[in-house]
Design a binder for this molecule. Structure first.
Ligand SMILES: [Zn+2]
Ligand SMILES: [Zn+2]
Ligand SMILES: [Zn+2]
Length: 331
């Protein structure tokens, strides 16, 4: 008696023993029509090893799938998905064996993210953007830190727009605050009452480079213009931008009044220097007026004037409170 060594086919990380038995002609025809060549029978009576005519890769298919459906070559599917991932700005690392609709990817920031294939396809089409949770969380933490707060976590009441924060550089109170308000600093601490309206603020001027090649000036007020510049106004982090000037203002409310007055004056004096919103709406999250860069000098001159006025007001205030305390000591 002769001892046959079993023939082993190594297919997609698994060893398959080649099974005896005929490979019928109509099986071969079906395979050929569907882009495959039958290499052998494997595993059991109903499984075949197929070789893909376009990539040469092997995979195991059930006989009834070959006869009744169009089997998909997993090598070709993987190659397509790798390509799609590249278009989405990702690197496909491996499938998620726990869920066949998902895979793990390397994002451009270097972090590993898990995404649905379908979502990555939409990213590749530009319908949706990649968002790395780790980077996003770090960004939200930094936003809060710039306002003197600490991000504790998601909203305990489950709102997507709110987060739980702690007034770290203040009274230590914990509060639910809308993220948008944390970004602009326009909220009042329920613990100590510190707020944008009563707290110190700044009038600022920023310069942005538009796609047309020209620049535009934004005038605004904020408790933290550096954070506005760094995180909030632009839609793409590589947008060229700079903070031209910031002028300390006694309160947020006062800054808001002065800013409004200045806008009104600029629009009345230089109506042709307004930038139409379609020139910046996909670059900037800005609703208010933007001015042509030609107005830079005019705007900065007005701001310096306001700065001098604020300084005088602050000096008067100090003098007043000094004489008040003197009077109080005398009585
Ligand atoms: Zn293939
Ligand atoms: Zn990241
Ligand atoms: Zn507080």
């Amino acid at each position: 008696m002769t001892q046959h060594q079993p023939i082993i086919l190594h297919i997609r990380g698994e060893d398959h023993v080649v099974q005896p038995g005929e490979i019928h002609a109509h099986w071969r025809e079906a395979a050929e029509a569907k882009g495959y060549r039958i290499v052998a029978r494997v595993k059991d009576r109903y499984s075949l090893a197929l070789e893909c005519n376009s990539c040469g890769g092997l995979h195991v298919s059930r006989l009834f799938v070959l006869l009744n459906y169009q089997p998909e070559c997993p090598h070709c599917v993987d190659a397509r998905r790798r390509e799609t991932a590249k278009h989405a700005g990702l690197e496909l690392l491996r499938r998620d064996h726990g869920n066949r609709k998902y895979a793990f990817y390397r994002a451009s920031c270097g972090h590993e993210i898990r995404r649905q294939f379908e979502l990555v396809e939409r990213m590749a089409q530009g319908e949706t953007a990649v968002r790395c949770e780790i980077c996003h969380h770090a960004r939200e933490q930094e936003e809060a830190a710039l306002e003197g707060w600490e991000l504790l976590g998601a909203d305990p009441q489950g709102s997507r727009n709110y987060r739980l924060y702690r007034h770290a550089e203040g009274c230590g109170a914990e509060a639910r605050i809308a993220r948008a308000n944390m970004q602009t600093g326009r909220f009042t601490c329920p613990g100590c009452g510190e707020s944008w309206a009563t707290g110190p603020s700044f009038l600022y001027a920023m310069k942005f480079k538009l796609e047309t090649g020209s620049s535009a000036i934004k005038l605004g007020f904020s408790r933290n213009p550096d954070s506005r510049l760094k995180y909030q106004l632009h839609r793409h982090s590589d947008l060229a931008r700079e903070l031209l000037l910031k002028v300390p203002m006694r309160t947020g409310r006062h800054a808001q009044r002065v800013e409004k007055r200045l806008h009104k004056w600029l629009v009345a004096e230089f109506p042709d220097e307004l930038v139409p919103p379609e020139e910046f709406s996909d670059l900037l999250r800005v609703k208010s007026e933007l001015y042509r860069a030609g107005l830079e000098e005019t705007i900065l001159r007005q701001m310096h004037r306001i700065a001098r006025k604020e300084k005088r007001a602050a000096e008067r205030n100090r003098a007043r409170s000094r004489s008040r305390s003197k009077r109080m000591r005398r009585t």
